[in-house]
Design a protein around this ligand. Structure first.
Ligand code: FAD
Length: 352
């Protein structure tokens, strides 16, 4: 068994594979434990309290003075988690391709080849930032970054910065910059803040209610999307309440010195930060030829419809409700491990 990716999803898979008595290795491209959390901006805090950000088996400890722990705390938690459960993570190992190889899947990496009876792909989305195509990107003379490149407000002190995007990343980075830069926050539609007393717990509850409704054949509750887009974490709330988070419509093109809207209005800009989301990192699965629509691979639960030896974990709701969250990935990881154990006909402890 091979698990590709050693972030939270890969570790949750490892936890449940171990419980199912299956032998496995986890291959992770990073130098250290922590997945994408080790690369986020300095001020990022979780949108749920620690106890609601836990992987299976081990509650995330609280962090004194932080109702919502920061990313460093998550990295430490994940490092401790893989040690505690003795998960065998090989680093840094980047998987280049997964191929059919008779009864097995052949996992090719820069440092060796593994033959596996089953593969769990848990490579996340952080390595595939998405930036929409907007005219003028090539002529713009300022800096263009994505969420993945942003670190701290000091890097933009005094600059005219456009933050693009009405989700959590856009709102949090806009709030981060609001007091040190000449900020313009642009969103495709009016930002939808969740009520102040709603945090990631409610989002998880909504995702669970949706899953139950769908399981029982009832009307789709709309899940998370029906609540709003932006969790009013303390920094976002403070900036919003100070009147610093007023959004404008997104510009339609970039110019050498700034941005322009369809009505002819222009503005100067030193930097544009695209907080415009991610795509699943699936290029290593290309040799299997499984692509469906929108870059997703068709799945039944987590299992690839056209390759039952492959499971996809943690990429978003299409691989399990709330599966791209710390607390939400446990259940699909458990289901995947059970399915794999069934596929292997109860051959426990099998390596490879
Ligand atoms: P990752 O953490 O990205 O881990 C994937 C791992 O796979 C990485 O180590 C990567 O190096 C490795 N990898 C990739 N490709 C290969 C390859 N070909 N071969 C080998 N290894 C590979 N969730 C919450 O629960 N609470 C929050 O408050 C929260 N806030 C978020 C804020 C932001 C800005 C973002 C972007 C996400 C947030 N999330 C939050 C969502 C989610 O928890 C994270 O995105 C999480 O990092 C996803 O975990 P993962 O294991 O699926 O992917």
């Amino acid at each position: 068994m091979v698990v590709i990716g050693g972030g939270q999803a890969g570790l949750a898979a490892g936890y449940h594979l171990r419980r199912a008595g299956l032998g496995f290795v986890i291959l992770d491209a990073e130098d250290r434990a922590g997945g994408a959390w080790q690369h986020t901006w300095d001020s990022l805090h979780l949108f749920s309290p620690a106890a609601y950000s836990s992987l299976p088996g081990r509650l995330m400890p609280g962090r004194p003075g932080q109702a919502y722990p920061d990313a460093r705390h998550v990295v430490a938690y994940l490092a401790d988690y893989e040690q505690r459960y003795e998960l065998s993570v090989h680093r840094p190992v980047r998987v280049r391709g997964v191929h059919r190889h008779g009864e097995r899947l052949r996992v090719e990496t820069g440092s060796g080849t593994w033959l596996a009876r089953a593969v769990v792909s848990a490579t996340g989305t952080w390595s595939r930032p998405f930036v929409p195509a907007v005219p003028g990107q090539a002529v713009f003379g300022g800096a263009q970054l994505h969420t993945v490149d942003y670190r701290r407000p000091a890097d933009f002190a005094g600059q005219r910065v456009f933050v693009v995007g009405g989700g959590n990343s856009g709102a949090q980075i806009a709030a981060d910059l609001a007091r040190t830069s000449a900020l313009t926050w642009v969103t495709p539609r009016e930002p939808r803040f969740l009520a102040d007393d709603i945090d990631g717990r409610a989002l998880f509850d909504a995702a669970s209610a949706r899953r139950r409704a769908l399981d029982e054949g009832r009307t789709d509750t709309g899940g998370v999307a029906s609540l709003g887009d932006i969790v009013a974490v303390p920094a976002v709330r403070a900036a919003r309440d100070a009147g610093l988070l007023k959004a404008q419509p997104v510009f339609t093109r970039l110019t050498p010195g700034g941005v322009a809207w369809a009505d002819g209005t222009t503005a100067g800009a030193d930097a544009v930060i695209w907080c415009t989301g991610f795509r699943p990192a699936l290029s290593h699965l290309a040799p299997l030829g499984l692509r469906g629509s929108r870059g997703h691979i068709p799945t039944l639960g987590t299992r690839a419809v056209d390759e039952p030896r492959l499971h996809l974990l943690g990429y978003g709701d299409w691989t399990g409700p709330a599966s791209a969250t710390l607390i939400g990935v446990g259940r699909p990881a458990r289901d995947a491990a059970r399915d794999i154990a069934g596929l292997l006909h109860g051959v426990h402890g099998a390596h490879g």
